[in-house]
Design a protein around this ligand. Structure first.
Ligand SMILES: [Zn+2]
Length: 401
């Protein structure tokens, strides 16, 4: 499946979707920054390749006209190893995040109330399913403070035998792979919906998840951790990191803590998850041996480009956000509302990835449909397209009523 396929599903099977509008109030409270490559691993003897951007003081200078600006999530990648906190205090998940994105689907963000267990992945990262959040918000969100905390745990649990860069990247990989597993379960539900034309994801799957959450029977969270351990090890190939992550998982709440135990029996447990979710969605069907599902392993394959839907998210007023060496700019929504007033820009139609607008002189302007701030380069390009002659900073500081 690809992004365009979700558009087709959305058009043809609207009954399986439930569009959630998150409004615009989030913008003042949180920053969303894209991660260019969530699976990136820098091997340690290639450290120099990390220095792809100029030094801090240069980063915030005005770029030349056609100079490409560094993706902002990549700056977070670069400075992450230096920001790993030494104290091990679990960061509070911003109440704004749980208020806006909290839900009963698997992968939804939850505050840390699981003491004495370690915070499960959803206190540090979360997944927004396309069944609820297509087209704008769906994808994987890694709280930056959560990645830093887990990196600190990897350092601590490995007795500081792991380099900081490796700890940071391993924490990001682990949380990404865990949340990507929730996406795979959603894709499995979608395939069943395709044949039955009924909303299994938001009914049977969600009910099954909620019935088992917090118990050892919550197979989805155990498998999520198992898959994250397995895939992180494949990428990082460090026994010290693997042992540290396994220790973190072992101390997770019931269900999540099965991650290690499920490792050698991953496929069998996933077959059980498939059969149980199927049964919950279609209770009148006779129960079969879960091993039946082993015959069709591709049913859990994710959308091809999920790794293009990964973001860091952090509170705009957090101490870390204030230390970031760049200026967040303007969200697509704020840009269009300003341009509607300034140049009478009019919406033509919504595309899968872009909104298409036109100027009074019939010039077509495409504006991305995503929740992130638009980069300064793109903003300049759009101002030119709508024939505004003012500079970017003047435009940004202009108050429009
Ligand atoms: Zn999870």
């Amino acid at each position: 499946m690809s992004l365009d396929h979700i558009e087709t599903l959305h058009n043809e099977l609207p009954e399986v979707f439930q569009d959630r509008d998150v409004g615009e109030n989030w913008y003042d409270d949180i920053v969303v920054l894209p991660v260019t490559d969530p699976e990136k691993v820098t091997t340690l003897n290639e450290d120099d390749s990390l220095s792809i951007w100029p030094s801090n003081s240069d980063r915030i200078r005005e770029p030349l006209h056609d100079e490409k600006e560094p993706p902002e999530g990549d700056i977070l990648e670069e400075i992450g190893p230096d920001l790993i906190p030494p104290n091990g205090i679990v960061p509070d998940l911003s109440p704004v995040i749980t208020a806006i994105f909290g839900g009963s689907h698997s992968g939804a963000p939850v505050p840390y109330t699981h003491q004495p267990f370690t915070p499960p992945p959803e206190c540090l990262a979360f997944y927004l399913p396309f069944h609820y959040y297509y087209p704008k918000w769906w994808g994987v969100y890694l709280t930056y403070e959560g990645v830093l905390w887990l990196a600190g745990e990897i350092l601590r649990l490995s007795g500081h035998s792991v380099p900081r860069l490796q700890a940071f990247q391993s924490a990001r990989l682990f949380l990404y792979y865990h949340e990507a597993f929730h996406h795979k379960v959603e894709c499995f539900a979608t395939r069943l919906e395709l044949t039955h034309r009924r909303p299994f994801y938001k009914t049977g799957f969600e009910r099954y998840y909620q019935n088992t959450l917090g118990t050892v029977d919550c197979l989805e969270e155990g498998l999520g951790n198992s898959s994250a351990l397995k895939d992180s090890y494949k990428k990082v190939k460090s026994k010290a990191v693997d042992a540290a992550l396994a220790e973190y998982v072992k101390l997770n709440p019931p269900g999540y803590d099965r991650g290690n135990i499920f490792r050698p029996i991953f496929m069998s447990v996933r077959c059980r998850l498939a059969e149980d979710s199927h049964r919950m969605s279609l209770p009148h069907m006779p129960r079969k041996n879960p091993e039946l599902w082993r015959t069709t392993p591709h049913l859990f394959d994710g959308v091809f480009n999920i790794n293009g839907r990964v973001n860091y998210i952090l509170p705009r007023n957090s101490s870390i956000a204030k230390r970031l060496p760049f200026r967040p700019c303007l969200s697509p929504k704020k840009l269009t509302s300003k341009l509607q007033k300034l140049v009478a820009l009019q919406l033509v139609r919504q595309g899968a990835n872009h909104e298409v607008w036109k100027t009074p002189t019939e010039r077509i302007v495409e504006i991305p449909r995503h929740p992130r701030d638009l980069g300064r380069g793109l903003l300049r390009k759009i101002l030119k397209e709508v024939e505004l002659t003012m500079g970017l900073d003047e435009f940004l500081s202009l108050q429009v009523k």
